[in-house]
Design a protein. Structure first.
Length: 392
């Protein structure tokens, strides 16, 4: 029995929107390898992105084509709406072979379907598309013309449907539960790994009404001096009096993420951390309240920068990014960023993670809000107290 998260009509609208973008760029065939984009266009859902797989969208084909490892073919049959003749599974002698490459198999598909002399684009900067894929494909299709099709689908999926927003609202409920579990679990004398285990349990358990998914990013839970950098996680050390602890976590419902970050202090908080926490929360709140559809993405960062200017603290990196549907290693969509120079026009249905963390030489504070844009402004997905969490 097939298990589709959305109607076939919604999937086909996504394919149609992708084809419109392809036409504008002079692309006739697009090979999609990003697992989030594969899922967006077809529903394909499997932990099989460590081998070569993808979806082919051709302007003159009604449905996309799926290709992948033979043993994953049934995943395409179970989780997509694609007809049997559009599912192409290669034999296992292609896997990690030194004499043949799966993109030679892909080239054969394009030849069979009459696409070998067309303008073919690939996601050249996708995580799971290697340089060797491109070399093998070009060598096997000497009559094709190649273009870079990176982020075409990403820009299509930046505006979410009502159904997608509903999924993210469910993820938000999980995220709030996860953050509360983290707050309750992080205590002086508790091992960091044990708190992380409680977080994982809450992420996957979800709620009584619906369960959670594995997150595309592991729980980021640095403590002490390790909070001076954003992308560290737990160790097996115990939490100590005076530790600052950053919690960047996520709820995830059917691969739709709702990330949420808060910062805790155990025991007596250093004044520097208190000041930094107040600054980050004030700037975050001002930026959220100032968002209106029609603004540029960079305008949001300007509100933030103007608000915190008096504090003396400086942030030299973006304060947010578009996010939502994705697979490891990232929940971001690799499109719009809230930073100077980004002229993306904010539109209803866009979803962002605003995370204006500041990291100093020996400590850091990270407070964030996931939100979606409506006709009137920004609406936070979560409702969790937005301040430095001091735990005596």
């Amino acid at each position: 029995m097939k298990t589709l998260n959305f109607s076939v009509e919604e999937y086909m609208q996504r394919v149609s929107n992708t084809k419109k973008s392809m036409e504008q760029k002079g692309i006739e065939v697009l090979i999609v390898t990003d697992p989030g984009n594969m899922n967006y266009l077809t529903g394909f859902d499997g932990w099989s992105f460590y081998v070569h797989q993808g979806v082919i969208v051709a302007l003159d084909e009604e449905f996309p084509l799926w290709f992948g490892r033979g043993q994953d073919g049934n995943a395409a049959r179970l989780t997509t709406y694609l007809p049997e003749e559009n599912i192409y599974a290669y034999t296992d002698d292609y896997v990690q072979s030194t004499v043949k490459h799966p993109y030679e198999f892909v080239a054969d598909i394009l030849k069979e379907r009459g696409h070998d002399k067309k303008v073919v684009a690939t996601e050249m900067d996708a995580y799971y598309y290697s340089a060797k894929c491109q070399v093998a494909l070009e060598a096997s299709l000497p009559n094709a013309k190649f273009k870079d099709g990176n982020n075409i689908v990403n820009w299509v999926k930046i505006i979410k449907s009502e159904n997608e927003i509903a999924f993210m609202k469910k993820a938000a409920v999980i995220a709030q539960n996860v953050m509360q579990v983290a707050y309750d679990s992080v205590e002086i004398g508790v091992r960091q790994c044990d708190a992380a285990a409680a977080v994982y349990h809450a992420q996957i358990t979800g709620t009584k009404e619906y369960g959670g998914e594995y997150s595309s990013i592991v729980p980021l839970m640095p403590a002490g001096v390790r909070t001076s950098t954003p992308h560290l996680s737990w160790t097996d050390e115990v939490y100590k009096d005076g530790d600052t602890v950053i919690l960047e976590l996520s709820g995830n419902y059917r691969h739709y993420h709702c990330p949420l970050a808060r910062t805790m202090v155990l025991g007596n908080a250093p004044q520097r951390v208190l000041d930094l926490g107040a600054t980050v929360s004030e700037g975050l709140t001002a930026a959220l309240e100032g968002i209106k559809p029609g603004m540029y993405a960079e305008d949001v960062e300007r509100i933030w920068a103007r608000t915190i200017a008096k504090s003396g603290f400086v942030k030299d990196s973006r304060i947010g990014y578009s996010m939502g549907l994705n697979f490891p290693p990232d929940w971001g969509e690799h499109t719009a960023s809230l930073r100077p120079g980004d002229k993306t026009i904010l539109q209803p249905g866009m979803t962002f993670h605003m995370i204006p963390g500041i990291w100093l030489d020996d400590c850091g504070v990270d407070t964030s809000e996931p939100f979606y844009i409506t006709e009137t402004g920004a609406v936070p997905f979560c409702n969790f107290r937005r301040e430095l969490l001091v735990k005596k």
